[in-house]
Design a protein around this ligand. Structure first.
Ligand code: ZN
Length: 97
């Protein structure tokens, strides 16, 4: 089973538990059901983080940076994303976090 399949299976399991609790306890079952759902999603996120840490910094950094690294052009000081400065076309840049 691949990772996305595994994640789907976990979501199904947590949904099934939530549904069972809701049917069993009525509306009050929603409170522990939401708790279990949050716990499982928290656990899955931690597992995903560990997985990305193992698979190398590139992918994890891409997700963790909130949209990628900004660069500052050394020649003209323009902030930009990607390969070359849009203002002067220089590829001389430094990373700005
Ligand atoms: Zn520039």
């Amino acid at each position: 089973m691949n990772w996305i399949g595994q994640q789907m299976a976990w979501i199904m399991v947590s949904l099934a538990i939530s549904l069972a609790l809701t049917l069993w306890l009525g509306l009050w079952g929603l409170i522990p059901a939401i708790g279990i759902f949050l716990l499982i999603s928290y656990y899955m996120r931690r597992r995903a983080m560990a997985r990305m840490g193992m698979s190398g910094g590139g992918f994890g950094g891409m997700l963790g940076g909130g949209g990628g690294v900004n660069y500052i052009c050394i020649s003209c000081g323009q902030r930009f994303k990607g390969g070359a400065c849009p203002r002067c076309g220089s590829k001389m840049k430094k990373a700005d976090f």
